[in-house]
Design a protein around this ligand. Sequence first.
Ligand SMILES: CC(C)(COP(=O)(O)OP(=O)(O)OC[C@H]1O[C@@H](n2cnc3c(N)ncnc32)[C@H](O)[C@@H]1OP(=O)(O)O)[C@@H](O)C(=O)NCCC(=O)NCCS
Length: 189
Amino acid sequence: MEPILELESARLVMRQWHDSDLTTFADMCADPQVMRYFPARLNRLESAALIGRIRGHFAEYGFGLWALQRKDTGAFIGLTGLMHVGFDADFTPAVEIGWRLAREHWGLGYASEAAWTALRCGFDRLPVEQIVAFTAQANQPSQKVMQAIGMHYDRAADFEHPKVAAGDPLRDHVLYRITRGQWLDTLHG
Ligand SMILES: CC(C)(COP(=O)(O)OP(=O)(O)OC[C@H]1O[C@@H](n2cnc3c(N)ncnc32)[C@H](O)[C@@H]1OP(=O)(O)O)[C@@H](O)C(=O)NCCC(=O)NCCS
């Protein structure tokens, strides 16, 4: 498969990571609001390591979490994309869709716009029949993005995230899914 290095939406370029993205990315991954539904914030070294893992996923599979750049200002604002789920669960192996934006770019529709573009890319260009998304039960903003792009909550698939410590309330996760058929319905309905 040709690697999918770049995508474009109305207001965003979804591109490969630049070394200069690290400062903003590390700031957002250290922001308690951005990381409210994650077990821990990241320090600069951990953010750099995460960018390294994202680049590694692109190198291995030809798709991944794209860096988002606003067309109007040129600013790097976060990430959205597709990746293989990195742990075992009832719903794996699976490709998941995910997003994380810097706080000053929330409430403007960028996450849903990028998510829609990534989802379309998944069904247009990857041999997948289903894409999943998951987040902590309390993370309503993320679930709103899932709903906005036509994903369906699978109540029976609620699960405890194996990488979150037992006893941590963030361990309880919800699972959303969308099949290729459902995605085609959203296009034509
Ligand atoms: C999850 C997250 C990406 C959602 O960001 P967001 O900006 O709220 O999501 P959207 O891009 O869909 O924007 C929707 C909001 O923009 C508003 N909006 C403004 N202009 C818009 C436009 N042109 N199109 C769509 N929505 C628009 C909507 O009304 C909506 O506002 P509301 O939440 O008050 O109803 C963000 O909260 C985040 O980065 N959180 C931290 C990281 C995280 O939890 N990631 C998920 C882990 S699983």
